[in-house]
Design a protein around this ligand. Sequence first.
Ligand code: PBG
Length: 324
Amino acid sequence: MYPTSRPRRLRTTPALRRLVSETSIEPRRLVLPMFVKEGATEPVPIMSMPGVVQHTRDSLRKAAAEAVAAGVGGIMLFGVPATRDAAGSAGADPEGVLNVALRDVRAEVGDDTVVMADTCLDEFTDHGHCGVLDQHGRVDNDATLAAYAELAVAQVESGAHMVGPSGMMDGQVGTIRAALDGAGHTDAGILAYSAKFASAFYGPFREAVDSQLHGDRKTYQQDPANAREALREVALDLAEGADVVMVKPAMSYTDVLRAVAEVSDVPVAAYQVSGEYSMIEAAAANGWLDRQRTVLEALTSIRRAGADVVLTYWAVQAAGWLSE
Ligand code: PBG
């Protein structure tokens, strides 16, 4: 008996495989997260993320221009301040590192790519939590919302096309939308970190932003075990006016990504986080994985699961490989 159906027939030549390939990655879909460190005079390498640095103001501008030249769809900026306080007040300060960097980057790239900012307090607080604390040391949801509203308005006024609330406070999208609209910024978008899990894969990011956190974020970020709850979070963010919803991390949550893609009526993003980057970089440095093939396979799997947009530290490099 010979098989009557032969899937292998469509794999015969590179041209056939290219013709029937179901999923593609385009540089325009990739968003590059970037770090800028207050007072830095040289870019500071992040040891746990080989190839990624904390930028100076100058090197950030140059790297942003390179990302535009590579065709990258957006950049997501994170600030690393020189001083921190309990309220994270450097975040909303127009002279704070992130707002200064947003002005620099917009002056450099204009509207040639989408400039986004991380809208969260953890980089700016001396305790490292994503919100302000109450008298018992717990993250105070509603006091934090007021801070996020100020943060978002300051970021948009500094040049962000979109803000990225990443702190998983209840009501953060609706509060920020109202604040932006109230300040006349009806065109500024919200990329909502809707289903963000309390993940070990953020490990290297802590070094990237010199994080002060002791403990964990489990009272605000989601339990990795919960997919249904992710859909609840997404539904709330959509009702509150999210322009893009995001799942984070990406690779260990492709089932969540698929489920979100099926219900969302706005574009869906996924964040391939620091630990996902570092794992592949470490294995590639040892010669255990082929770097380019592994990265492109990982990005393809995230796209295949349903992401329209992917935040990845490889955005520029992948864009280069994709246009070879
Ligand atoms: C919070 C924030 C984090 C990341 C992006 N925004 C850290 C956290 O939630 O602990 C992680 C990104 C990464 O690991 O690449 N502002």
